[in-house]
Ligand binder design. Structure first.
Ligand SMILES: *Cc1c(COP(=O)(O)O)cnc(C)c1O
Length: 440
């Protein structure tokens, strides 16, 4: 909402102008954590209200008829650049606009869009990009619903896909890209890193180099989009490593309190405008109340994620080497676990190890269930990135319907417990895990 509106272009009623965004003090560039408290909102345009009001309205009044026509020229694409100002709440609203401005700040994205869920963000991205006969190249595994969307739903409309394993080398990625290019138009390269639930990292830089080498001269280079839900925006910023678009389930760390469902897409203006047109058509934007909740969440994003990350490091240090623990699949242990390829990707792409990890217990389902049922602080629930610690059993819950052979290939074993560490006291969490391990 800080953009200088072009109110006078139509000779209409001059609109009040928002104060320009504060991005620096002298030569000091302000950090995203600071900018979350004010960016994109001018209290003086809302009766001095320190916090943005929730704008519950389905439509917006035009200053005059010519301005109304100009708005629709933008929305329908007759004039490039999208809607100029607010028109109708399926397209956008004040709360969602502030949210989009602030989401972009963390990764210095050119533009951002908010959605009603992570999956509606991903589905809108796909619908905007693909045509029948196209191929989507993706890393594997992906979030289960994303795999369903690509293989089963887009498949019904004649969209093909090819995948490479998350940890693939440049040569392996090249081979899949070449194969995809050989079968027609490649619409999109879609990554997820770290992958759920294996935590395997994708070499984004290698994917970008491969795309540029293989499609460099093509009229339409396929954009690279990546689901950064597990580490972003604090611990991994893929736009800096060659991705064009970053996708989020804002339900997780960004929302951070396990009390809302939302999604986001960030990236280059041109790609975002393509996706915005699809969102305008199908109405997958989040509602004003959810946007307001997310604005509140973003104010503490750095605090929450930093604390959760520190807690996870302490908890994993305790779990590692415990006699009832077989292995801890935590990004912070890649170096010492001697996985040179993954450790190299981690060093080049990640700023932190996150707070979601895999705990492999000694035993199988019986031991996993005994552990889960004994937890007193950690709650037994799927999802991640909230203030509270959560634990779940992928083989018996989120991945129950995955065929056994694929489960085995992905390492989703019966002794695997997925844990998302929250912002509780680290000592209390360790005490909880200690007593639950003793109960096995
Ligand atoms: C949760 C999640 C999604 C889906 O997001 P929703 O907000 O539940 O629609 C997509 N990708 C990843 C990696 C997730 O963890």
């Amino acid at each position: 909402m800080t953009d200088e509106t072009e109110a006078d272009l139509t000779g209409g009623v001059p609109q009040r102008r928002a104060k320009p965004a504060l991005e620096a003090i002298g030569t000091r560039k302000l950090s995203p954590a600071t900018r979350m408290m004010g960016h994109g909102y001018d209290p003086m345009l809302s009766e001095g209200s320190l916090k943005p009001p929730i704008f519950l309205t389905s439509t917006f009044v035009f200053p005059n008829a010519a301005a109304g026509k100009r708005h629709f020229e933008g929305v329908t694409g007759k004039r490039p650049g999208g809607a100029d100002g607010l028109v109708y709440s399926r397209f956008n609203g004040p709360n969602q606009e502030i949210l989009e401005d602030r989401l972009g700040v963390w990764e210095e994205a050119e533009d951002a869009l908010a959605f009603s869920s992570g999956m509606s963000a991903i589905a809108t991205l796909f619908l905007a990009m693909v045509q029948p006969g196209d191929t989507i190249v993706h890393s594997g595994p992906l979030y289960a619903a994303t795999e369903t969307l690509i293989a089963r739903i887009l498949g019904k409309f004649g969209v093909k896909w090819l995948d490479f394993p998350a940890g693939a080398t440049r040569a392996e990625i090249d081979a899949v890209m070449e194969q995809a290019k050989g079968q027609g138009r490649v619409a999109l390269i879609y990554l997820e890193s770290p992958a759920n639930p294996t935590n395997a990292l994708v070499d984004i830089e290698a994917v970008a180099a491969s795309r540029d080498a293989i499609f460099g001269d093509a009229e339409e280079k396929p954009p690279i989009a990546i689901d950064n839900t597990f580490l972003g925006p604090l611990w991994q910023q893929p736009l800096r490593h060659g991705a064009d678009l970053v996708v989020y389930s804002l339900t997780k760390y960004a929302g951070g309190h396990s009390d809302l469902v939302a999604g986001g897409v960030l990236g280059t203006k041109a790609h975002i405008n393509t996706i915005r047109s699809m969102r305008n058509t199908i109405g997958t934007i989040c509602d004003p109340h959810t946007a307001w909740m997310l604005l509140r969440s973003l104010e503490t994003l750095e605090l929450r994620m930093s604390r959760a990350g520190e807690n996870a490091a302490k908890v994993c240090a305790f779990l590692d080497g415990h006699p009832k623990v077989e292995r801890v699949g935590y990004l912070g242990f890649l170096e010492k676990q001697d996985d040179a390829r993954q450790a190299d990707i981690y060093r080049r792409h990640c700023i932190g190890a996150g707070s979601t990890f895999s705990l492999f217990l000694q035993g199988g389902e019986v031991e996993s269930f005994a552990f889960l049922d004994a937890l007193k602080i950690a709650k037994l629930a799927v999802s991640l990135g909230g203030t509270e610690t959560l634990a779940s059993h992928p083989a018996g819950m989120t991945h129950l319907s995955v065929p056994d052979a694929r489960k085995a290939a992905l390492g989703i074993t019966d002794n695997l417990v997925r844990i998302s560490i929250g912002v509780e006291d680290a000592g209390d969490l360790i005490a909880d895990f200690e007593q639950a391990l003793a109960a096995i």
